[in-house]
Design a protein around this ligand. Sequence first.
Ligand code: FEO
Ligand code: CA
Ligand code: CA
Length: 524
Amino acid sequence: MLGSKKQVNRRDFIKFLSGGTMVFASSTGLNLLTSCSTFSVDFPYIKASNQDDVVLAKGLNYEVLFSWGDKLNSKEFVGDNNDFISFKEIAENEAILWVNHEYTNPLFSSGLERSKSNVDKERKLVGGSLVHIKKNDSSQKWEMVKESQYNRRIDGTTQIPFSNGVEVYGSKSAIGTLANCAGGMTPWGTFLTCEENYDMMYGERAEDGSLNTKRSRLKWWKHYPHPPEHYGWVVEIEPRTGKAQKHIQLGRYCHECATCTLTKSGTTVIYSSDDKADEHLYKFIAKDKAKIGRGVLYVANLTDKKWLPLDLELSPILKKHFKDHVDLMINCRKAAKIIGASPLDRPEDIEVDPISGNIFISLTNNKKKGNYAGQILKISENSDYDSLTFEWEYFITGGEDSTFACPDNMAFDQKGNLWIATDISGKAIGKKPYKSFKNNGLFIIPRGGFSAGRAYQVASAPVDAEFTGICFDNDYSHLFLSVQHPGERSVSKENPTSHWPNKTGIPRSSVIQISGTTLKKIMG
Ligand code: FEO
Ligand code: CA
Ligand code: CA
């Protein structure tokens, strides 16, 4: 299906901008009016598909860059269920990718029995990979540099210190990072990786101090009684050395992402969300330049349009409930509710619009409240990113009219087009009320042109899979994408629901690169 060419729809373009006073066009280097008046959309898009493949719009093609199990060096290999991807250029046509490995499916990777040897295999499959890539001169495609000194795993067994020498549950370091979902890149070029559903591995502390293992599907606690307090943090990784630390002051909860931006005066602000129904949206305002060591964490109250401080001095009511700052950071969810944080419909990925400066937050769904298709929330800070008041509105709502449901991962390209990947859960795909959406997909909401402000599907994921980690290279000629959990609903290795990326055998989560004339056209 090919769309017809039309001029910019000014009203739809304004939709990206409205809802507040914050327009930073001049600070981004992008000229708002030029972009608005010249960009028109004329690109192919696809219909929903249930094929077991990455189905792409005409003029787009993909190659698998690497898959779970591929060798990084003589000792290490790529982990499972890749999610967030971040691109750090280190020379011309050369970069280090960080790729999250959120969890693993024991059916394919280890074995369903919760034995120590199976758990040991799984602990090596989560965390993340640092992967050195280079562009091939003749093909102009990115390729892994095998055996590179930069290729490295940070996994569920790596010892990682807590920031500022802080002790958490009796230790200054944690064993491993896990449940790494989305993340971010700091203004100084380090990667941030976020620990999301950590209770899947080590459970959660109950109010009475016992271990609550209700959501602990992988049951690693059976063999390794690591305290749950050691997980649920934002972890900073140095691209070249792999040096890691867990940042206490960004709080502990099911961190989806850590999206960084700078105020006009150069203060680092990090937005993050807690991916659970009725949990919250947070932002951290750093005290020092180019460091996250000190600062204040805030949580959003949408009714009063205010950021509320999670700090014992600034919110003294918290002194009654928490013995010190570390105790407060460990129990962010509880503290957020005490000071009046707004419950949200599963807040997931967050992106900063490069043109308007507004903050876009995916609200994936909240089934118990009847919100099945989710929406995207837009926040406009009053004056700057360190403002403690804001305006908000819904930018777009999922559903049959908007062609997508359950928005999760997002990215803006340099033209200000918004790319969205959907996350309809494996067990819900193809069933009511999600039947018409078929497999999960990748959508683009163009900034201008006839289709401005509407979602168009440009890729469809293999059976049971979700696209995650939307990431462009430095010149926007390639789009890196994680294909996560293909064949997730399989009940046997012999007869999996997906074989992707192959035609036979068990499925393998992989990172792909997408390029082609349609991407060139979109990037103008
Ligand atoms: Fe790991 Fe919220 O997705
Ligand atoms: Ca996600
Ligand atoms: Ca998700």
